[in-house]
Design a protein around this ligand. Structure first.
Ligand SMILES: [Zn+2]
Ligand SMILES: [Zn+2]
Length: 382
């Protein structure tokens, strides 16, 4: 019995009720006020039963236990479209919600599963389960998605390798958040050393957004730079947006041999820069987003206060040997990691622009990053 059977049954019953009322009226030949009232009541009743059934059904779905998966041998063909399985042309896929076996085409949907499945990543489901689970997705996004969980990597623990070394290629947004928080905290410490070693306060204060990433340089003659990170934007209302995951790849900016990890902070200075960083296309830093090596020093600070802030949409800073210095990211390509955003926010249709420029609430999972940023901006007085 599926949700649709239940709904169809109820519609049928309600229709019976209404038509019996109506035929009664016709026999009398008049439509009295009373019967109109009865008719209205019947419709209202139907609406309530439907809503109740909907909620009852949702509760039932939310309490579902993980299924026992059918053995591969139990289905020679897809349980929905009956296409025969084939070792290469058509492989078997289990629906994570009902445990049935389906072809790839009939199990394209990815949905969050109820709490008893103990997973926060959207999982493969068959088309029928995808429709059944649709009504509970918003609830599950609030309850079980990765974005809704409090962070488990806390920054105060120095007994882990990750607290000492930021990895340039990480798989999950959770780690990106940790890494970015670590870099901002590192910057907070460096910033207290002196103006020559930090990003000028005026530049940070005017920032419309920040891109924070770690890049590894590999190779000898030609060096390749690969890395991942995230972007966050400053919102009108005076708070940070949720983070959007990015990756960057580039060829040799710098003559020295590779083999090092570098943290970068890119200060995005205009709304347009945010828009560029929230597109799905590759952004070539320097061409699509005008970027300049970040400027440092006391003189700069005075210049900026006087309103001469330069024209570059982005300023790039790298952290090397404990100090933040201006650097050029010319020639690197930055891309939104759409799949990672989808996994983290548990929504296959989410776009980086929704995350950075929309009204999506701040995910609890990024609490450590927001804390680090508010420490930084408290000092700057924004
Ligand atoms: Zn199929
Ligand atoms: Zn299913």
């Amino acid at each position: 019995m599926t949700m649709w059977d239940v709904v169809a049954d109820m519609l049928f019953a309600a229709k019976g009720k209404v038509s019996s009322l109506a035929s009664g009226e016709f026999r009398r030949g008049t439509i009295s006020l009373l019967s109109t009232h009865l008719l209205e009541q019947a419709w209202e009743e139907m609406a309530t039963t439907l809503t109740e059934a909907h909620f009852g059904n949702a509760r039932e779905i939310l309490e579902t236990e993980p299924p026992r998966w059918l053995a591969d041998s139990s289905a020679a063909s897809c349980m929905l479209c009956s296409v025969r399985f084939h070792p290469i042309m058509c492989s078997r896929h289990h629906c994570r919600f009902c445990g049935g076996i389906f072809c790839r085409e009939c199990s394209k949907g990815r949905s969050l599963l109820p709490p008893k499945f103990r997973t926060g990543d959207p999982q493969r489901v068959c088309d029928v389960c995808c429709v059944r689970l649709e009504s509970v997705q918003p609830y599950l996004m609030d309850q079980v998605s990765r974005a809704s969980q409090l962070p488990t990597h806390d920054l105060t623990d120095l007994s882990t390798l990750r607290s000492w070394l930021n990895f340039p290629w990480c798989h999950s947004m959770e780690y990106e958040i940790y890494k970015a928080a670590n870099i901002v905290r590192g910057y907070n410490k460096v910033g207290s050393l002196g103006p020559e070693k930090s990003i000028p306060d005026a530049i940070l204060k005017q920032a419309e957004g920040l891109a924070i990433l770690t890049v590894a340089k590999v190779g000898l003659m030609v060096s390749y730079n690969i890395g991942t990170g995230l972007v966050i934007a400053w919102r009108e209302g005076g708070s940070w947006s949720p983070p959007s995951a990015i990756s960057s790849i580039g060829i040799g900016w710098g003559a020295q041999a590779g083999g090092e990890f570098t943290d970068f902070i890119i200060v995005l200075r205009t709304k347009d820069a945010i828009r560029t960083f929230s597109g799905n296309a590759h952004i070539s830093v320097g061409a699509d987003a005008s970027a300049a090596a970040g400027i440092v020093g006391r003189a700069v600070e005075a210049d900026l206060r006087a309103g001469n802030g330069g024209y570059a949409a982005c300023y790039t800073y790298s952290c090397s040997k404990g100090a933040f210095v201006g650097c050029s990211l010319e020639g690197s390509m930055v891309t939104t990691r759409a799949a990672e955003n989808s996994r983290f926010y548990a929504s296959s249709s989410i776009k980086a622009s929704d995350i950075l420029l929309g009204s999506l609430p701040k995910p609890p999972a990024a609490a450590v990053l927001y804390n680090a940023l508010s420490d930084l901006y408290l000092k700057l007085g924004r």
